[in-house]
Ligand binder design. Sequence first.
Ligand code: HEC
Length: 150
Amino acid sequence: MKKAVAITAATLALFAAFPAAAQFAKPADAVKYRESAFKLMATHFGRINAMAQGKVPFDAKAAQANAEVLSVIAKLPWDAFPAGSNVGNTEAKPEVWSQPDKFKSGAQLLIDNVAKLDTAARAGNLDQIKAAAGEVGKSCKACHETYKKD
Ligand code: HEC
């Protein structure tokens, strides 16, 4: 009985943290959604990173536009990991659901680092963009090491 209460409380906490969980009709829809968000994330971050690494010429306006989009995208995948969505061709490891707090703080770290990148891009300062992009890249990598199959 006690256990049932604890599980209910945990479930409620999860729904509070992930309010959009109920928006997916099927678990597979959540997988599709988060994978699409990550693909867009990689595209927009990749454009900034290419400038940060000197692979394409620095274009302050383009950096700013991509950072603005990235700021929105960085918030999207996390609501799409509802309980029961470790299904289909997901590359997510079970740790996403067994260590939800750690996973969430990894997501928050990314959001914070992307906000710094956005500030640097708004300032049009390539040195700041390079530093901030480096930190964003580290947060992608750190999370993938624990939570994504390769
Ligand atoms: C807090 C954890 C976390 C962070 C931070 C994170 N990812 Fe991921 N990423 C995942 C997980 C988990 C998956 C697997 C999703 C699935 O397949 O269900 C994934 C999948 C992906 C994929 C594969 C999508 C596909 O085609 O299926 C790409 C690309 C990706 N991430 C890029 C990035 C980039 C770029 C960043 C940083 C800007 C980033 N991720 C930050 C956890 C994270």
